[in-house]
Write a protein that binds this ligand. Sequence first.
Ligand code: SF4
Length: 164
Amino acid sequence: MEKRWMATIDLETLEVRADPEFRFKCLDNCGKCCEVLEIPLRDEDIARIEELGYNAWEFVDYEKLFYRGDKFLGYALKKRPFDDACVFLDPDTKRCRIYSHRPLACRLYPFIFVRNGKKMEVYVRMDSFCPGINHPNGEPVTREFLLKEYGDVIKEYRAKVLNE
Ligand code: SF4
């Protein structure tokens, strides 16, 4: 997987240095990432989806496991057999049925956040199947964009840095 540096966030001051050329726009009725990607689930993701009334067996694939080195990270979001898409992707509208409760990995896609001391590096996966990457009508990755889309994630990391 090719990834490219996109921005660096100073977790103390919230200053952002970003690639001014990059643009991103998630396209309505696309759903390509919901078909192609395998999504890891954290315990919090499972609990949030269960709040909607689903049972874990309906959407957790207990046969697909994610590891980082020897550390178990979690199970995968289930795919359905007829089109290999996520079980929550509406096959007609290509919209997510649990959008407001979707797992963190879906929210972050196509970005990857990597904490590096008191900084957070933001990379983008240069996946050729995603038409939103460098879309001409896309939004630049500015401080406002990052805080609007991922303010809660940044806040969580920032709290860890300020408490160290
Ligand atoms: S593949 Fe890209 S544009 Fe399409 S739904 Fe996923 S993030 Fe949005």
